[in-house]
Write a protein that binds this ligand. Structure first.
Ligand code: CA
Length: 231
């Protein structure tokens, strides 16, 4: 199966070169140019591997690495650090930051692809981080990004899926619109989206999951919660 790779690199020429060559090899690619957005994006995309530059605006590569490796949703994702000469790269792997490998710039494409292949081969299969939520006739399979109603897939958009996941994961607790924006849209985008966008997506989500849609309860002037119990 093809694997998705997340590139975190602020030098756009390098990011583009990586993206081009990885796509040519059949990988799917997502890219982000600053460190601050990287941990949330990793949790959302659940890539098979992260290529992580060390010197980044926002959060530096070490801090991104630490956050990804301490978040249970992303801890199993292998990381290859991209470092410049003289950055004592060997210590990154040894120091317990949790990087799986590193490669020193400038590197050849051939070398990079070989490292990527080797790290992916060693990686824990994604099936082992599988997470499933159930309520009544509704089942949410996070590893397969699938919502099932009475065993049949509901045709949710990515946002609707993330909204439902956030609500079900909260176990009946009320979530504000702002929190839902943060969880279902990438964190960095949250500020530019109006909170009523959440209402629109909740509306379509409710319709798509049929009778189970009544479990999504509106909390007036605040947000939503998911009712896990059958009443
Ligand atoms: Ca950099």
């Amino acid at each position: 199966m093809e694997k998705k790779i997340l590139i975190v690199e602020d030098e756009k020429d390098i990011a583009r070169m990586l993206e081009y060559n990885l796509k040519k090899e059949g990988y799917r690619v997502a890219a982000v140019h600053d460190g601050a957005a990287a941990p949330a994006l990793a949790a959302k995309e659940l890539p098979g591997l992260i290529l992580l530059d060390l010197m980044l605006p926002g959060l530096d590569g070490l801090e991104v690495c630490r956050r990804v490796k301490t978040d249970p949703r992303t801890a199993a994702i292998p990381i290859i650090m991209l470092t410049a000469k003289g950055e004592e790269s060997d210590k990154l792997v040894g120091l317990g930051v949790g990087a799986d490998d590193y490669i020193t710039k400038p590197f050849s494409v051939k070398e990079l692809l070989a490292r990527v292949k080797a790290v992916l081969r060693r990686a824990v299969p994604a099936a082992e981080v599988r997470e499933v939520y159930r309520a009544g006739n509704l089942e949410l399979d996070c590893a397969r990004v699938l919502a099932l109603v009475k065993g049949k897939p509901a045709d949710l958009t990515a946002r609707e899926f993330e909204l439902l996941k956030a609500l079900m994961a909260a176990g009946g607790k009320v979530l504000s619109r702002e929190t839902l924006l943060e969880r279902a849209w990438a964190m960095d985008a949250a500020m530019e989206i109006e909170t009523r966008t959440v209402d629109v997506h909740i509306g379509t989500l409710r319709k798509k999951i049929g009778a189970e849609g009544r479990r999504i309860v509106t909390v007036k002037n605040y947000g939503y919660r998911f009712e896990p119990e059958n009443k």
